[in-house]
Ligand binder design. Sequence first.
Ligand SMILES: Nc1ncnc2c1ncn2[C@@H]1O[C@H](COP(=O)(O)OP(=O)(O)OP(=O)(O)O)[C@@H](O)[C@H]1O
Ligand SMILES: [Mg+2]
Length: 233
Amino acid sequence: MILKLDNVNKSFNDIDVLKDFSMKIYSKEIVCIVGPSGCGKSTLLNIISGLIQPCSGKIKHGRFNISYVFQEDRLLPWKNVYENIRLVNKDSSREKCMDFISRVGLKGFEGYYPSELSGGMRQRCSIARAFNYEGDLLLMDEPFKSLDYQLRIDMINYLLKLWDNTKKSIIFVTHEIDEALMLGDRILLLSTRPSKIYKEFIVQNDKMDRSLDDSSLMRIRNDIIHSFQHKGK
Ligand SMILES: Nc1ncnc2c1ncn2[C@@H]1O[C@H](COP(=O)(O)OP(=O)(O)OP(=O)(O)O)[C@@H](O)[C@H]1O
Ligand SMILES: [Mg+2]
């Protein structure tokens, strides 16, 4: 186990967002988190990353670095694509940064500034930046949300390849159930606020070789959709 949350509570003013939230993350696993908008998924990632503090509860983990693809791209507007990616890991070679740039489909745009990019391009730049940081745990908050269908598939495959090479744990927040089915060893469905894990789905199929047509994945998808309708009730 690399991370453990015990009865974490978080409120903003009078809004309870997380209540007695407990979760374990094991090494080498991809955990996908789905749940209603506003239930506290980004708040959870912000707490795990240490960006915000919980009101109470315990977070246990060893010493490790965290890479974080934020829900919004958070690029530095005065740095170009290459510089934004290089910035987080000054030891990375130009060749390595250029490889990430090419992998996320931004070859030729390395000299562009964030204001000159589309939303999806900015998002891909922030994904490449997180990959280049090479943390021990990767947090991804709806990372593929502004990408077209083919890019999304390409990014899922690339993420899997990267995971296969590094075997680092990933927490992946998404509203797309199919993304969760393609990537997750476990899929956690959160309830409405105050949020808890409403249901956990284990996906046993080898994630390097999954097809959404597979009957076991279709069963889990139906189960998630059905559970989603009843969450928090
Ligand atoms: N800094 C903050 N100050 C006050 N309230 C906040 C703050 N951050 C989040 N909240 C509130 O906490 C709740 C959960 O927000 P959060 O961004 O974690 O939801 P989410 O599950 O990520 O939603 P989405 O799927 O829309 O991204 C919301 O009601 C939001 O208004
Ligand atoms: Mg969010």
